[in-house]
Design a protein around this ligand. Structure first.
Ligand SMILES: Nc1nc2c(ncn2[C@@H]2O[C@@H]3COP(=O)(O)O[C@H]4[C@@H](O)[C@H](n5cnc6c(=O)[nH]c(N)nc65)O[C@@H]4COP(=O)(O)O[C@H]3[C@H]2O)c(=O)[nH]1
Length: 570
């Protein structure tokens, strides 16, 4: 299952006793209002100052109690001894018996009275302390079952309630529905507007979800990050779950007013049903998560009911994630380099670095099968870092060895580009490898750049200030408006290979390709054609003065050593 990383609050502050009590009286409501920090500290097992003080008081009271008990024991022993002495004295000296009886009796009574008073005080204190300890422990156990940020039941409590609902469903022959919810593009909001806004958005989302559910038996829980799970404990028909999902989608879509921000956020929902899609809590959660993944893939802002064929995809996806993890940890990634060629002279002007995954003796795995997976599970960030630093390192090495590779182009996924610290990461790689920034070109797709135009523009300007070149990959396939070409500092347009492929037999494609070349020229942009495979395609591009190209006609992507050998021969 995907996990996302959000930062909880900071350290706790000491709170007045009244606040603590009110939280204990109404833990649920209080948790919604209470500082997340206190809860976080409690959950982390830290003792707050209050608890430490209460525990110290409790220890003090216990010590006093022990002392009083010891005193009482001593007094009783003294009493026994004295009465034995008295009996002895009475037997031995009957004339002194009266005096012997009065003296010890008077001392014992005072002693006992004092001890008794101390015992009462200590008992009252111990009782008070025990109550406080019990309250603290109730609070701790509440915290252990609820989410500190939203006050909703957490993963553990949800699991417990789901298991109960399944048991009841089994007994009464009823359906149970489980909905896995994920806020679309939440990470982006969190990264761009900060964690405080992100936290408030999550609280707002939690409140809306809760308000949507009318039955007491229903549960809304927060799984962590931007993931929520809704449990509908009594569902008559499959359609009921769909109706609720639609209600949740509508309610969430209204703007969230967070400080000065008006935030629009949508949900992706996956639904699994008991007994149709799973007989136990674990399977139901897994299948709802899988269905949610499909909702995301199908455009987000929608819901999907689980179907059994989704499982095959899920297995492939999970094994893809595992392979990627392994590849990243065990040096299983490798770069191939495809030459870029000057179409008039045939000279190599640069190369595009393309990543592959190595799995033992098996054939290399191509990026079309794992880049998507990496984007969805967050591994694209470490993967992209590795690609960038390896490509820059290798290029610097070639240049030092006297091989003029020209420019190296590296693909950047939108997730990486919009992630925190991308610009700083590029700067650090250039510093570490010593590669001159003008040697590096970053390729982004149109749709990736258009995801959020204001931050995009800022990052692009930062890259330009560094001296890095920017290329639009797959140009012509992504975005309908061309106005961004004026506002973004772009250097190169790469004509998508689908247009180049059909040059041979499609007049429309010819028109598109020649139009892109002409537009690039008038905007003073560099134009490269991708996927050149035939002499006819090359001839058309040359006739229309396309400056550069790459494709199987010249070379397939090559391992580093083969690419170096090619450079040496040209
Ligand atoms: N049919 C045909 N194909 C040709 C020809 N010439 C080159 N190609 C292939 O076309 C793709 C060009 O890369 P792309 O458009 O950036 O498309 C890339 C790029 O979007 C992505 N990718 C590759 N490496 C990386 C990477 O390191 N990071 C990221 N984020 N994406 C990458 O995966 C896509 C596919 O990469 P590859 O499988 O290596 O596929 C490469 C290349 O091998 C040709 O003449 N005919």
């Amino acid at each position: 299952m995907r996990r996302k990383n959000l930062t909880p609050g900071k350290d706790t502050a000491r709170q007045p006793a009244k606040t603590r009590e009110s939280r204990l009286l109404s833990p649920h409501a209080a948790a919604l209002n209470s500082p997340t920090t206190h809860a976080a500290a409690l959950l982390a097992g830290k003792q707050t100052a209050d608890q430490r003080e209460e525990n110290a008081d409790l220890r003090q009271a216990t010590a006093e109690l022990r002392q009083v008990t010891a005193d009482l024991r001593q007094a009783t022993a003294d009493l026994r001894q004295e009465s034995a002495d008295r009996r002895q004295e009475a037997a031995d000296q009957s004339e002194d018996a009266a005096q012997a009886k009065v003296q010890p009796g008077a001392i014992t009574e005072a002693h006992l009275r004092e001890a008794n008073e101390r015992l009462v005080v200590a008992t009252i204190r111990a009782h008070t302390m025990t109550e406080a300890a019990e309250n603290a422990s109730a609070e701790m156990s509440y915290m252990a079952q609820h989410d500190f940020l939203t006050g909703l039941p957490n993963r553990a409590l949800l699991r417990e309630r789901l298991a109960q609902s399944i048991a009841l469903g089994q007994r009464h022959g009823k359906r149970v529905a489980l909905m896995y919810l994920d806020l679309d593009h939440f990470k982006h909001i969190n990264d761009s507007l900060g964690h405080a806004v992100g936290d408030q958005l999550l609280q707002s989302a939690a409140t809306r979800l809760q308000a949507c559910l009318s039955r007491r038996s229903d549960t809304v829980s927060r799984q962590g990050g931007d993931e929520f799970v809704v449990l509908l404990a009594e569902v008559e028909a499959v359609q009921d779950a769909a109706v609720t999902a639609e209600k949740l989608l509508t309610v969430m879509a209204a703007p969230h007013l967070i400080g000065a921000h008006r935030l629009h956020v949508t949900l992706s929902i996956g639904i699994s049903l008991y007994p149709d899609d799973g007989q136990d809590a674990e399977t139901m959660i897994k299948n709802a998560d899988t269905a949610m993944y499909h909702a995301k893939k199908n455009g987000r802002g929608t819901y999907r009911m689980f179907t059994s064929d989704m499982n095959e995809h899920a297995v492939a996806r999970r094994s893809g994630e595992e392979s990627l993890h392994q590849a990243l940890e065990q040096h299983g990634l490798v770069l191939h380099y495809q030459p870029k060629v000057n179409l008039q002279t045939g000279a190599i002007t640069g190369a595009e670095a393309l990543v592959r995954l190595r799995q033992g003796d098996q054939p290399l795995v191509y990026p079309s099968t794992f880049v998507n997976v990496a984007e969805n599970c967050g591994l694209i960030v470490p993967l992209g870092k590795w690609v960038l630093s390896e490509a820059c390192r290798q290029t610097a090495e070639w240049l030092q060895a006297g091989l003029d590779i020209g420019q190296i182009a590296v693909n950047v996924s939108a997730v990486e580009f919009h992630g925190a610290g991308f610009l700083a990461g590029v700067r650090a790689v250039l510093d570490d490898t010593g590669l001159a920034p003008c040697r590096l070109e970053l390729e982004m797709t149109e749709s990736g750049l258009m995801q959020d135009t204001a931050p995009t523009s800022e990052i692009l300007r930062g890259l330009k200030t560094l001296g890095v070149q920017i290329a639009i990959d797959d140009f012509g396939t992504g975005y309908s408006s061309l106005s961004y070409l004026r506002s973004f500092p772009i250097d190169t347009l790469k004509i998508d290979q689908s247009f180049v492929k059909d040059i041979d037999d499609g007049s429309e494609e010819k028109a598109i390709v020649s139009a892109i070349i002409a537009m690039g020229k008038s905007l003073k942009l560099h134009v490269i054609a991708e996927g050149i495979e035939t002499p006819q395609q090359l001839a058309f591009l040359q006739a229309h003065h396309c400056a550069e190209g790459q494709g199987y006609y010249f070379n397939r992507p090559l391992p580093a050593e083969k690419f170096a050998a090619l450079l040496k021969t040209t």
